[in-house]
Design a protein around this ligand. Structure first.
Ligand SMILES: Cc1cc2nc3c(=O)[nH]c(=O)nc-3n(C[C@H](O)[C@H](O)[C@H](O)COP(=O)(O)OP(=O)(O)OC[C@H]3O[C@@H](n4cnc5c(N)ncnc54)[C@H](O)[C@@H]3O)c2cc1C
Length: 495
């Protein structure tokens, strides 16, 4: 499959759709989009950046690019970095949707908010805090405030309610999407004109789920309705430490398997190992041995339970039950009972954990200039196996074994995220990262684990080559809506 490099003539046609001020071929502008790259290593500088404001502008751009066979990569906030940038050369058009930034409606009775792609998580959080303080949106807990609600939905990310209600894709009800064939589709109950976005499966069969994880490879989503949840006053974080990932996994599963009551109150359940603390500081300024962290009261592994409740009484009940269950686990079933202990967090630690967006993941760039999140889904009761395997592999390749794990939908799945801290000024380090990535991906796929936000050179081809029939239907759908395959080529191995 080959694509056309846009010419001056193409540029002036595209410019006429959005206006002079919102189109650029200037390399100082186009190259600046690469600087956001954190989570994907393979990115190309776009040839043209367009910043549309209206749905009709997007439709014209897609139809034109489809006819001319010019690749188009959409971004909302662009904060998934290399994953949003083009992956091929000629890179074509980058569609920057940040000007489409209206919060169209917040319905507290039906509990949804309707937003455009450019609505950032920081803005929606602040807007609701001011105007609808009893309700809050499911923003990705650790993502930068400039990332968007839409981008996280399409990526099927994890939000601050993930442990209680499921992956971010599940929080979205209905969407409006523009396809390169010129069609504008509304999914769910929105398919029926005049209907509220109250039922995602709509007139059925459900098409919205086909767009989840599409990473810009099918069309451009221009509106979504996202569920909102109560934002009660009574919150805290309970943390338990342990010496190994198996005790972390098993204790957490016992609590999450309660399902009703306390498991629903634990909105965000996330943990990991002590290098998570170490690698948030410049490498040369902090000790690298565990003894230092042990002295300051940090266990080798731990799990945080962020609890939200409607009353103090309810919150006390939840935290009490978690502590009782942890003690029972320690006394009766733990692999290393002596190491299981409550981590008494300082009120400032609790307050910083409860802050949203908490920006907690940003400092990983301090350790060694660059970092990469590589994210996998496993069944919860396999996250310890994953963690052990991945930490060993990171050490084998000379990286600190930094591992973060969170529960999705009350421990039905685990999202496991090794954070690879590497020297992005050293080209050899990029190769080491990719070697590690390939070796662990081959192993992970053999176990039946899934990479989400697949990278285009390692995860996507390896995964789809094992799932040929699935890929066949995915490709057929893409052909239907994007006949010339212009949307974000390479992203999902389609092509
Ligand atoms: C430091 C850091 C911490 C993070 N923490 C979290 C976290 O806690 N939880 C979490 O889930 N994620 C996290 N992320 C990942 C990411 O930032 C979020 O998922 C974010 O919400 C993505 O939004 P975005 O607008 O930046 O997406 P973008 O980067 O703009 O896009 C994401 C993908 O969707 C496609 N896309 C974007 N908009 C559209 C559209 N309108 N139509 C069609 N396709 C589109 C893009 O092509 C791309 O493939 C983190 C990232 C960083 C850098």
């Amino acid at each position: 499959m080959s694509y056309k490099a846009p010419t001056e003539k193409d540029f002036s046609a595209l410019q006429s759709f959005v206006g002079k001020a919102y189109a650029s071929m200037d390399e100082a502008i186009t190259a600046s989009y690469l600087s956001k790259s954190v989570m994907g290593l393979e990115s190309q500088i776009p040839d043209i950046v367009l910043r549309p404001k209206y749905v009709e502008e997007i439709r014209k751009i897609l139809v034109y690019c489809s006819e001319e066979k010019i690749a188009v990569s959409p971004i909302s906030g662009g904060l998934s970095g290399g994953f949003a940038c083009p992956t091929i050369n000629p890179a074509g058009v980058m569609l920057d949707l940040s000007r489409m930034d209206r919060i169209l409606e917040v319905d507290e009775e039906n509990r949804y908010a309707i937003v455009e792609p450019g609505v950032t998580i920081g803005r929606l959080w602040a807007w609701m805090h001011k105007h609808t303080p009893d309700w809050a949106p499911p923003i990705p807990d650790g993502a930068p405030p400039a990332s968007t609600v839409m981008g996280d939905a399409i990526d099927r990310g994890f939000s601050l309610y993930t442990s209680s209600v499921g992956p971010q894709g599940d929080n979205f009800m209905c969407a409006e999407v523009v396809f390169p064939n010129g069609d504008i589709l509304r999914t769910g109950s929105w398919a029926l004109p005049g209907s509220k976005p109250f039922y995602k499966y709509g007139i059925g069969p459900d098409m919205w789920s086909l767009l989840m994880g599409s990473q810009g490879a099918f069309g451009v989503i221009t509106k979504v309705a996202v569920k909102i949840y109560p934002h009660p006053e009574f919150k805290t974080v309970v943390a338990w430490g342990m010496s190994n990932p198996y005790d972390m996994q098993d204790l957490t599963l016992e609590i999450q398997k309660q399902e009703f009551g306390i498991a629903h109150n634990t909105v965000m359940v996330q943990g990991g190992n002590y290098p998570l603390i170490m690698t948030r500081w410049p490498k040369e300024k902090i000790p690298q041995n565990y003894e230092f962290y042990e002295k300051i009261g940090i266990s080798k592994w731990w799990m945080n339970f962020e609890c939200w409740a409607q009353t103090q009484e309810e919150l006390d009940y939840v935290t009490d039950r978690i502590d009782k269950m942890a003690k029972d686990y320690k006394e009766n079933r733990a692999k290393d009972p002596d190491a299981i202990k409550k981590w008494e967090l300082h009120p400032k630690q609790i307050a910083s954990r409860l802050r949203k967006p908490n920006k907690i993941a940003i400092p990983y760039s301090f350790y060694d200039a660059g970092f990469l999140f590589i994210t996998w889904y496993t069944p919860w009761n396999e996250c310890a196996h994953f963690s052990e395997m991945y930490c060993n592999a990171m050490e084998k390749y000379g990286f600190p074994p930094t591992m973060w794990v969170a529960s999705i939908e009350r421990g039905r799945q685990a999202i496991c995220m090794p954070i690879i801290c590497f020297d992005s000024t050293n080209p050899e380090d990029f190769e080491r990262v990719q070697e590690l990535n390939r070796e662990t991906t081959e192993y992970g796929l053999e176990q039946g684990w899934l990479n989400y936000r697949p990278d285009p050179y390692i995860h996507a081809p390896l995964t789809y080559s094992k799932a040929g029939m699935y890929w066949k239907y995915l490709r057929a759908f893409k052909k239907l809506v994007d006949p010339n395959m212009i949307m974000h080529p390479g992203r999902l191995a389609l092509p």
